[in-house]
Write a protein that binds this ligand. Sequence first.
Ligand SMILES: [Zn+2]
Length: 221
Amino acid sequence: MLQVEIIRGEGLNSNIFILKSDDEEKILVIDLGLDGLHTNFALKKALEKITKKMNNFQIEVFLTHCHIDHILGSDNLAGYANVQYSASPQTAKHINEKDAVTLLSMYGSGEINYSIEKIYNDTEKISFEGADLEVIHSPGHTDGCAVIYDKKSKSLFAGDVVFAGAGCGRVDLPTGNRTTLITSLSKLAELELEHLYSGHGPDLHTNVKENLLAAKRMLEW
Ligand SMILES: [Zn+2]
């Protein structure tokens, strides 16, 4: 069973998920929250706890999309040497160019002090012992949104594509597109799904497919 450490986002912060590979060589962090101060360094503390007994591990930070509330908390990773940032091609472009799609200018303070070096194309796998992780491009909330699907545990790390309670991310922000999001939700609803870990709010462990289809119906109204 995939062990998922969850740092629940408060206020504007996104949720943060931490996965540890079975061979203890890799830690995958999914999204970063808004910044270290706002999350009270919860990510830093969680990582310290996990890495205490590990040697030679690599940390990969996968960003589900480029919005500020998911990408700014890199302060929490200061002190770790082996950190690599990854995302879809469009998300990488928005973050590396710090463009308007990130909404950075709306937040005012905060600096992106890293760049995305690893790009995942649609359906590409993330190498990770103990899970079968696939990156699935799921645009609509932004043009670069991507989710991580673990085929083994039937878990979906959805970012802002869909939330528990049949909600989904806004489509009125830069590069948002309602029709594209409907298509993405249809595609994701075809997966075998038992667990939903979204970018905001609670997780869902029953009726995940029904939740996706209900979110899609809400968008179609
Ligand atoms: Zn977002």
